[in-house]
Every structure is written in structure tokens, then in C-alpha cells.
Design a protein around this ligand. Structure first.
Ligand SMILES: [Cu+2]
Length: 93
């Protein structure tokens, strides 16, 4: 995924599988300003560093990007990173 610094995004996360998964990108999370995460009937405001998506869960994450760079994304559940649940998040200047 590629983003632009200074812009606001709403990232829609959907886990339709029967297993839980994580959205783990701690370096990315440290250079964004999280406005909110909406999940179920709960809206969470402020800093977020990692999301766990339980089976059949959706969530949205609204943030503004503060610093350009390329950041790693992965699911740290044993075997999932190795199975290819990885990605790159690029923030263009
Ligand atoms: Cu996973």
C-alpha cells in the first residue's frame, strides 16, 4: 500500500476467515497520528500500535501520515508471516 505524507486515510480491515489475524506494523504506527479505530460498537481514539482481527471481524482505522518511509507489515501469529502474511506500507513525501 502506498500513501502520501500529510494526508488522512481510512483503512478498512476485513477478516472473513475462521482464524484471527493481526495487522502489525509498529514502525508505521509510530509515524502516524491515529484519529480513531471503529470496530463493532466501539470507537477508540488516540494512539494504536497493533490490531487483532478476530474471525469475521471488520474494523476501520483513520489516521494521518506524519513521516515518509517504507515500513513492514506482518501477521505475527506463528506460521502466518512464513505463509506470506506480510506487506509493505510506503509513505511517499
Ligand atoms: Cu494471520
Amino acid at each position: 500500500m502506498t500513501f502520501e505524507v500529510g494526508k488522512r486515510y481510512k483503512l478498512m480491515l476485513d477478516n472473513p476467515s475462521s482464524l484471527k489475524h493481526y495487522f502489525t506494523a509498529k514502525d508505521f504506527a509510530s509515524v502516524i497520528w491515529s484519529q480513531k479505530v471503529d470496530a463493532g460498537n466501539v470507537e477508540i481514539k488516540g494512539a494504536i500500535s497493533e490490531l487483532e482481527l478476530r474471525p469475521g471481524t471488520t474494523a476501520s482505522w483513520v489516521f494521518i501520515l506524519m513521516k515518509p518511509g517504507t515500513y513492514k507489515l506482518r501477521c505475527p501469529i506463528p506460521g502466518h508471516t512464513e505463509a506470506g502474511m506480510v506487506g509493505e506500507l510506503t509513505i511517499a513525501s
